[in-house]
Ligand binder design. Sequence first.
Ligand code: SF4
Ligand code: SF4
Length: 341
Amino acid sequence: MPNKLITQENLKALVNELAASYDVFAPKRENENTVSFGKLQAFEEYVSGVLLTNTTAKDKVYLQSEQLFQYELKKDTVEFKEKAPGKEAVIFGGRPCDARGFDVIDKLFNWSGYEDGPYTGGRKNTTIITVSCEKPETTCFCTSFAGGSPADGKGSDILLTPVSGKFLAELLTERGEKLAAKYSKYFSEAGEAETAAKAEFAKAAEAKIAKKLDLAAIKKNLDASFDSFYWDTVHLPCVKCGACTYVCPTCYCFDITEKKFGYLNGERNRTWDSCMSEMFTKMAGGHNPRTDTKRRFRQRFMHKFRYHVDNFKEELCTGCGRCIRRCPVGIDIRKVVEDAK
Ligand code: SF4
Ligand code: SF4
């Protein structure tokens, strides 16, 4: 697909115009210490320098708590009322690891012939415009994953990379092409020089990533370490807060609850849940296969780097490093999986 160029001034005008017709979510200051994805009224609210927002953009598509449908019992049938699709949205200014997170969970919510309507509906309604990272954080490890890079476009509709005082805009999907065509007045054609500059940018940014995991060795060790003594001690500092799962762009576990309005009608809701919570695996009869922190802790790493690889041929992780930064006791996912044996 063709590459375009957009100037800083035109990007500002584009975002302002988008905000008039779409819900535009971008890194925005919540308070003195926190930048999260929030709804932009104007470009000025966008905080451009932050790589790791407090939470990811995932919750703009996969809502933390949402109604799935309402139901009403009729004489011979049950009538369902599906949630109406939301306004078209643009997620602007996220990073390649956030966009890749969507690519990973897209496969889960549309798997084995089952399509999750609320999630896929939100995805079809959302255009993702990502910005490449020039200076990765010390906790970033995106290059560990196949094709992962601070300038990788996987999961993005448009990837913006700063080159020669402008942005190279790679139109990576039909949705991205359509948006660029609709607002074509803001874009110009990119030449070979800018495309070459993007390749140089990516090379330089990748070289700044401090840690690259050997995923094949990790998988092999995890395959053999389920009953290892390793798990008896590595989990001990964990305080079971679940922060690591709530900030993750690829964690997707949820709980389902029913709310009854009357005798014949009610609604079904979905709310994020965490494998680090004791209640997560508690069954209706009272049995809980993961009663202790060790089992829950082991599950998180086994799921991300072993079971998910068996099922989907890729890790359930994009190397964003958020769980490392948010863990109150300093647990580093890179070290946990590298040391497992
Ligand atoms: S597991 Fe940690 S590093 Fe991997 S995607 Fe989730 S938050 Fe990011
Ligand atoms: S953030 Fe750290 S302490 Fe909290 S549940 Fe995750 S690993 Fe445990």
